[in-house]
Design a binder for this molecule. Structure first.
Ligand code: F6P
Ligand code: MN
Length: 322
């Protein structure tokens, strides 16, 4: 059983990148402690404000965001950060080599019902040592130096990739160590399970309507097999399940907000999860191309997302290409 520290010490990755990952893991231990105390810590409920995305912030969104911001600003390797909960990019240590983007608490509508949430992060290479600007962050996902998440579930897990496969670590509260529990994640190419918010069905574009209608027909329809459905309402938990046992996850475009490409954020959700899924052998697409090839235009940009088991994602994408 290898600890995170032993794993990082042995890895071929630059120590500076390992330091960034270690600091994120340590900060997530502290976020985990807050989550575990829940109501007792007085941290549930709304913070009484909206974020830049127009969503109501939970107290814990704000607390987790501030904790990560402080931890990363204290890291000499980090030049700048961008968070789903910050209006603009934030400078850290200008001589640092890395930029970090994060969703401090994904799935935060689950907080008040004691259900799964997570922290998602992406590490990009910095571009120089001048003032940090939004422009510098606008790099395609294929250039991520690392990506990962911490899932706060029945056990707390750290899952990340530095471009050579995906490892999973389980937090041991008895020793405060992260222990490697999956060496190299292999995402099953085929699946009989999908994750989508079905209540939005009538608002989707026709290809997505057709694809899901065929899934629902099961063994009586063109797919010739029955499908199961799961929806945790926390992308981090749905993606974790898919990395563990396969599946397809989608949050598609919908007609209620026609000018918004999707719900999920490219820089905090789609890119890091896209890297993990691809590194595990899966596929990550929008309705028209590979997520990791998108040239970002704005830090808070949203995209449609279709990711998971490679054959199932290809099948869903074919409906869009017909
Ligand atoms: O961060 C956005 C998010 O909370 C994702 O984690 C999750 O997949 C999705 O939104 C849930 O959306 P809905 O509220 O439509 O179920
Ligand atoms: Mn989120």
């Amino acid at each position: 059983m290898k600890t995170l520290d032993a794993f990082l010490a042995e890895s071929a990755v630059e120590p500076s990148l390992n330091d960034v990952i270690r600091r994120i893991a340590t900060c997530c231990e502290a976020i985990n402690q807050q989550l575990q105390r829940g109501e007792l810590a007085g941290i549930l409920g709304s913070a009484g404000a909206d974020n830049v995305q127009g969503e109501t912030q939970k107290k814990l969104d704000v607390i987790a965001n501030d904790m990560l911001k402080e931890a990363l600003q204290a890291c000499p390797q980090v030049r700048g950060i961008a968070s789903e909960e910050e209006d603009e990019v934030v400078a850290a240590n200008l001589k640092g080599q890395y930029l970090v983007t994060y969703d401090p608490l994904d799935g935060s509508s689950n907080i008040d019902i004691n259900s799964m949430v997570g922290t998602i992060f992406s590490v990009l290479k910095g571009q120089g040592d001048g003032p940090v600007s939004e422009q510098e962050f606008l790099q395609p996902g294929r250039d991520q130096a690392a990506a990962g998440y911490v899932l706060y579930g029945p056990s707390t897990m750290l899952v990340f990739s530095t471009g050579d496969g995906v490892s999973m670590f389980t937090f041991d509260p008895a020793t405060n160590d992260w222990i490697q529990t999956v060496e190299r994640v292999a995402l099953a190419p085929d699946t009989k399970e999908f994750a989508i918010n079905m209540s939005n069905q009538r608002f989707w574009a026709e290809p997505m309507q057709n694809y899901v209608a065929d899934l629902l027909q099961g063994s009586d329809g063109p797919r010739g097999k029955n499908f199961n459905m799961r929806w945790v309402a926390a992308m981090v938990a749905d993606v974790h399940r898919i990395l563990c046992r396969g599946g397809l996850f989608s949050y598609p475009w919908d007609s209620r907000k026609p000018d918004q490409a999707g719900k999920l954020r490219l820089m905090y959700e789609a890119n890091p999860m896209g890297m993990l899924v691809e590194q595990a052998g899966g596929e990550a697409w929008t309705d028209s191309g590979r997520i990791l090839d998108i040239q970002p235009e704005k830090i808070h940009q949203r995209v449609p997302v279709i990711l998971g088991s490679s054959e199932e994602v290809k099948c869903c994408v074919e409906y869009h290409q017909r």
